[in-house]
Design a protein around this ligand. Structure first.
Ligand SMILES: Nc1nc2c(ncn2[C@@H]2O[C@H](COP(=O)(O)OP(=O)(O)OP(=O)(O)O)[C@@H](O)[C@H]2O)c(=O)[nH]1
Ligand SMILES: [Mg+2]
Length: 297
């Protein structure tokens, strides 16, 4: 029996857990079954209680204390431990029917998506035919506020592309928290972020619908604007960004869907893409026909 799932990934604070919560609420409202798997050993609070929580296997706090590791090393240890104890996943997921959408809420440490092979191994295990056989879609979230700093946006896009190449499963990229940039970036300029446009690097920030002064104020919240300007405007930095953007363009793999978790239609639209990617409805249709027939009697 096939199972269906989505793995929600992306950098820290991108809105992964919020998206998982919105998705579950939306599925419940539409009488669909969700199975929520928290794979973030540091996550404390949830809008929906996880059906399976990695913290029941191992907690990051314990690992950091007992192994004397920092948060990133601790997280890698937790995932290595999970890979040695895959029964933890098999026992919980094996009996799920094709009705369920299994939602994996992942941690935000970027190392997990770029530096080490643990995630590809986990995905291979979850999707292996004859075993759990989950039809899995990866959803990679990037914060839409990154569009005010093009270097950050292209770096984030590169990490999304890296995850796509590493995981080798159907993949959608999502610009999250769209409500935060509404009215700040013109629609036609937004299109250039939806499908990355390298010429963005040649523009002045004021040209894409925001004043340079506003962007500098944003930067100031993360550190000294003066220092940042000096560091981030050098010719070498520009060449690096152009090379990164050129790489992204030459692969031509990444484009984004827009997500605003506060908008039900937006969540539905992303869910439709996920359903299409994993062909969820193909397995459900015969069941719905039978139900309709019973109702008609
Ligand atoms: N305005 C707005 N805020 C959002 C949205 N999605 C998430 N947030 C906020 O962004 C912050 C981080 O959201 P999380 O869902 O915890 O992000 P995460 O990716 O799970 O974070 P980590 O698990 O720590 O990597 C929270 O304060 C959320 O309320 C959104 O669509 N709009
Ligand atoms: Mg989270």
């Amino acid at each position: 029996m096939s199972k269906y799932g989505v793995m929600v990934m992306g950098p820290a604070g991108a809105g992964k857990s919020t998206f998982c919560a919105s998705l579950i609420t939306h599925l419940q409202l539409n009488r669909r079954s969700a199975f929520y798997v928290n794979l973030d050993p540091a996550a404390e609070t949830f809008e929906h209680t996880p059906d399976l929580d990695i913290k029941d296997l191992i907690s990051l706090e314990d690992v950091m204390e007992e192994m004397r590791l920092g948060p990133n090393g601790g997280l890698i240890y937790c995932f290595e431990f999970l890979m040695e104890n895959l029964d933890f996943l098999t026992e919980a997921l094996d009996s799920l029917t094709e009705e369920y959408l299994i939602i994996f809420d992942m941690p935000g440490q970027i190392e997990l998506y770029t530096h080490i092979p643990i995630l590809p191994m986990l995905v291979r295990f979850l999707t292996q035919p004859g075993a759990l056989d989950i039809r899995l879609c990866a959803a990679y979230l990037l914060e839409s506020t990154f569009v005010v700093d093009r270097a950050k946006y292209f770096a984030g896009t590169l990490s999304a592309m890296s995850a796509m190449i590493l995981l080798e499963v159907p993949h959608i990229n999502i610009l999250s928290k769209m409500d935060l940039v509404k009215g700040q970036v013109r629609k036609k300029d937004m299109k250039r972020f939806i499908t990355p446009d390298t010429s963005l690097l040649d523009d002045d920030p004021a040209d894409i619908g925001r004043k340079k002064a506003d962007v500098d104020v944003d930067m100031d919240t993360h550190g000294s604007t003066q220092d940042k300007d000096a560091l981030m405007s050098g010719a070498t930095f520009k060449r690096l960004n152009t090379a990164v953007a050129g790489l992204i363009e030459s692969f031509s793999m990444v484009s984004y869907l827009k997500l605003d978790c506060t908008d039900e239609d937006s969540v539905q639209s992303i869910l439709s893409y996920i359903d299409d990617c994993i062909q969820y409805h193909e397995a459900q249709e015969p069941r719905e026909l039978v139900e309709d027939a019973v109702e008609d009697e």
